[in-house]
Design a protein around this ligand. Sequence first.
Ligand SMILES: *Cc1c(COP(=O)(O)O)cnc(C)c1O
Length: 417
Amino acid sequence: MTQSTLSTAPATASAIELEDRWGAHNYHPLPVVLTRGEGVYLWDEQGRRYLDMMSAYSAVSFGHSRPELVEALTQQAQRLAITSRAYHTDRLGPFLEKLCRLTGLARALPMNTGAEAVETAIKAARKWGYRVKGVPQGQAQIIVAAGNFAGRTTTIVGFSSEAQYRDGFGPFAPGFVEVPYGDVAALERAITPHTAAFLVEPIQGEAGIVVPPAGYLRAVRELCTRHRVLLICDEVQTGLGRTGRVLACEHEGVLPDAVTLGKALGGGLLPVSAFVAREDVMSVFGPGDHGSTFGGNPLAAAVGLAALELLEREGLSEQAERQGRYLRERLLALQHPAVREVRGKGLLVGVEIDPRFASARAVCEALMAEGVLSKDTHHTVVRLAPPLVITGAQIDSAVAALGRALRSVEPDSRLAA
Ligand SMILES: *Cc1c(COP(=O)(O)O)cnc(C)c1O
């Protein structure tokens, strides 16, 4: 046994054992203990390097420990980090202005996590329904799409179509109506005079990188405008360059009435989220109506602004578009019989694995052994969503690793039959 095995292998076991012993078992992580990250790479306790094809569900779109963002963070942390919104700061205004200019919307309300941004959207939509649209008090309805994922609060899981996310957590808040995703006619049938908003992801991330039919969002926009229903796009995962546009709804030339942003907005360093909306939507909030102790703090604002500037300066949306096309091309070129479908936009890519061949989890474990980190979603989908700064050569090595991983999990004989 070598010196390094002696000194490091037990540490991994104990790190996992500690989590297992003292933590809630609400996750099922891959058996790797990460200690360091830089760019598209992560390192474990043994110093083994992995290519990160997950980027923390888009939170690390700019890469790990991006120097400009770490610089913004440390400079601001040494100057002023947290004040609460009881006071103004010199950092918040520039961040909000940038958010509005980048999205084409009028005002922004900063929060911390994606779920909080969605909760903010729900509150805004309801109040807009009563104040502006004239929905009778207590009757406002929000339409959501089947397969949605918008976070884990009790209200949000209440409108999830995922049985496990709801199981045991009721009673749930009323006021939500579900329609099939990608179905414009179903949406039209569900709209009533009490409908305040339609809350929808331009591409469903957690559902397995589900891309709606072309023209869906444009038709939804037209429908919402006609019926005076707010179109709120949940871009917590798809936003900020991920799909090849700043907002994924730009693929169809759609400007929503409001968007929720999160994940990448924190530059891979902090939880930063925002609800950004049209003037008449945001103006329903007055002092005291809504808030968050940490939302919009100077540290978050400084990092968020630096992240948005980086997105623009480096043309990361264009890069995601280009590299995403290359990634999908290379994946299809594998021509592996277990790969049923490769879908997505930009660098948000799902690889559908034939379950007769292997589970997506087994493929992710084999990928890990090949030095690539990914995560299965919905048992059959391997998610490939690397930092937007990934190079072509790194994509080549990720795809080659996937080829080897697929070969290692199951002999091809099963499918040949
Ligand atoms: C991740 C996600 C959220 C929730 O974000 P959290 O930061 O985990 O609360 C909301 N909407 C979408 C589309 C997401 O992907």
